[in-house]
Write a protein that binds this ligand. Structure first.
Ligand SMILES: Cc1ncc(COP(=O)(O)O)c(C=O)c1O
Length: 422
């Protein structure tokens, strides 16, 4: 039997949750906008700046240590994603990396070539591809089903043609929590000779990623969504990165992975990213990984345990929310299909604007986001953009049933106020 998920150990690792002036009086359901960070991330960032701060490739201690920090970070991300460290590219954030990639890939494309994107995605997986229309590319948009906010896979398939060069798809929706069948989509895309770019920003804190198993060509995520600092990451299959030409200054590095890392990188955040991954590996050692397991195995154990724990929280949250009349729910609600959602829950309440609901909760120390979260096509297609979008309750593995209860109580209080005309 797997050991129980040690939520009290988890919470102890996060100073925002258990220490400091407000610890315990605030509920962080704002993770989809950026999660809290454990002590070891804070310490790693600060230790780098205090003791190893330098540029790379110099003949002295701090520079050698910086070289090591950079190498370590590539290895850590490779373990997280299941790839080689040569296939990991660091950059400021996912959005910037994706614009960079679309520009680099455009050199391979010809006018009339096609790219398929989805209307379920964050705009960071839409705008960089749309921008290629100025080179004569055609961008086609796959729909989602408004009833349960799942991707319309038949529509996506219908949009694949012999001219499709790339399919850009999200692993999980940051607005409504839907998980897409990335493996099937990759298979379909490859069958017409198209590459696949996956935006895994929203999925990464919620489940294991295995780029070889998925078979995708590129995958991007952001460490600040999985308990690390503000740092973007990109996986690119070696065969693509070896071939693609980077926009670089002279005499920049030509070998992988440095070739694509333009300018001086954010070394302190790389140290912090390694520490976030180490935190997850440590969790994995408490959740079923065996002594002597490699870091990759520990990470898989952690992410599987997180997924199971979060599913329990989400089940309760969704079940109880659905009992509240006057509440509108967007996304997968059927528990039998919860493997196709992460615990990111989108609602509206009693005709109130989402900002008012988020403010009401925020005043009670419960932090949730409202609006479109840059998933503009989602709120547009649901007909909600003009009236303030959605309220997004974003659970993470450091949240508890007791916090879910606090949220449910607050939502019920607000619903009753609305009913009583207040
Ligand atoms: C699904 C998704 N994709 C992309 C992004 C953009 O990531 P970044 O802030 O690293 O550019 C976000 C951020 O909210 C996101 O949730």
């Amino acid at each position: 039997m797997e050991p129980a998920f040690d939520i009290s150990w988890v919470r102890q690792q996060f100073p925002a949750l258990t220490r400091g002036p407000r610890a315990g009086s605030e509920v962080f359901f704002d993770g989809p906008g950026g999660t809290q960070v454990p002590d070891q991330v804070i310490q790693a960032v600060s230790a780098y700046l205090a003791g190893s701060n330098a540029n790379l490739h110099g003949p002295f201690r701090t520079s050698r240590e910086s070289d090591r920090v950079v190498e370590e970070a590539h290895r850590a991300v490779a373990d997280l994603l299941g790839c080689s460290e040569r296939e990991v590219v660091f950059g400021p954030n996912m959005t910037t990396l994706t614009f960079w990639l679309s520009r680099a890939l455009s050199r391979d494309f010809e006018p009339g070539d096609e790219i398929v994107v989805t209307r379920l995605d964050h705009d960071a997986n839409h705008a960089p591809w749309k921008s290629l229309e100025e080179h004569g590319l055609k961008v086609r948009e796959a729909r989602f089903n408004p009833d349960d906010c799942t991707l319309d896979l038949a529509d996506l398939r219908n949009k694949l043609t012999s001219r499709t060069k790339l399919v850009a798809v999200g692993y999980a929706s940051n607005a409504v929590g839907t998980v897409n069948d990335i493996r099937a989509i990759t298979r379909d895309a490859h069958s017409v000779g198209a590459s696949v770019f996956v935006d895994a920003v929203h999925y990464a804190p919620h489940g294991p990623i295995d780029v070889r198993h998925i078979g995708c060509d590129f995958l991007a995520c952001s460490a600040y969504k999985f308990f690390g600092p503000h740092q973007g990451l990109l996986y690119g299959k070696a065969e693509h990165l070896e071939r693609l030409r980077a926009y670089k200054v002279r005499p920049a590095e030509e070998s992988l992975p440095g070739r694509f890392e333009t300018g001086t990188q954010n070394h302190e955040c790389m140290a912090g990213t390694t520490a976030a991954i180490e935190y997850l590996a440590a969790l994995g050692r408490r959740c079923g990984a065996r002594a002597g397991d490699a870091r990759r195995e520990c990470l898989l154990a952690a992410m599987n345990a997180i997924r199971t724990y979060e599913r329990g929280l989400a089940r309760r949250l969704v079940r109880e929310l659905l009992r509240i009349d006057g509440l509108e729910f967007y996304g997968i609600r059927d528990e039998d299909r919860f493997e196709w959602r992460v615990p990111t829950v989108a609602v509206r309440l009693g005709g109130r604007r989402p900002r008012q609901v988020a403010e009401f909760l925020g005043d009670r120390g419960i932090f949730v986001w409202d609006g479109n979260f840059y998933a503009l096509n989602v709120t547009d297609d649901l007909g909600l953009e003009q009236s303030g979008g959605l309220v997004r309750i974003g659970l993470a593995h450091y949240n508890t049933d007791a916090e879910v209860d606090l949220l449910l109580d607050a939502v019920l209080t607000l619903r009753n106020q609305i009913r009583n005309g207040r």
